[in-house]
Design a protein around this ligand. Sequence first.
Ligand code: DGL
Length: 257
Amino acid sequence: MGIFEMGSSRIGIFDSGAGGLTVAGAILAHRFFDEIVYFGDTARVPYGTKDAATITRYALEALEFFKNFDIDLLVTACNSVSAHAIEELRAQADFPVYGVIEPGIWALQKRRLPRDSKILVLGTRATVQSGRYQSGIRALGYERIDAIAPSLFVPLVEEGIFEGEVLQSVLHHYFAKLETPDAIILGCTHFPLIAEAIGGYFGHKPLLIHSGEAIAERLESLGYAPHRAERTELRIFASENPAALKRTAKRWLGMVN
Ligand code: DGL
């Protein structure tokens, strides 16, 4: 028998780089699984500036990596992949594949905001251009939707800038002309790390939808039991410099094996 006893469970989490650790963190906290196998395509990040064909090709290559592990399901933490490659991934995987866009929209729906609420979607260029969040939110009956791609947020987070003057002026650059939103979809793996600053910019507390929390809610609704595992082991793999990704995981999540 291998390391895992019968009945143990293993989830794969895929992202373009480190950002998906925010999703891994939420899944870790719920202890649904015995093991998380995380793969960050750090050699080719960012995906959010690339076109749909390239994102799909990269995602299908990552799928090959996960075929080496006996995973029960795969979550693509990357919104850009969820926007452009989820159908292809599902067609080629022999395990269930979940993206983060449908859970994000579902999480918004569950909050039952009034139909005249203003919803702000933040994502990479690839995610925003796909229109996936916007059409899903419109289908819930919301008409007042802004969707923007604040491209400077990703490098700021990568630099570890989560607060302060530089961040405030970048927030102002993107948000100054927007109407104050009632809810904000943090449609990019990196944005939860600056969620406080994003919400705080608007001076009241808009509802913030995080991909990690949304997918955790979704997994629970699919029957995955929170706190089923005594502990969840997190294994980190990367297409380039895995040691750097492990350091980031330690900094952000405080645990890695
Ligand atoms: N992981 C990406 C996403 O959530 C953000 C970083 C990138 O552009 O690759 O869309």
